[in-house]
Design a protein around this ligand. Sequence first.
Ligand SMILES: [Zn+2]
Length: 63
Amino acid sequence: MICPYCQQEMQKGELTADGRRGITWWPSDGPSWNRVIVAKNALWQSQAEAFYCGTCKKILIDV
Ligand SMILES: [Zn+2]
């Protein structure tokens, strides 16, 4: 997916929350330490495919 803000390729990944760690974006490819902490607290377990732009610090989610 192309970032609508800077027109560069975004990284594919997933947003997850497991009730212990906060909401986290995990890259589909590459090392797990490239994850992005979105929120420190989470109430329930969930996940959604999400695209991340490291230049703009934006995450896009299809609904
Ligand atoms: Zn961007």
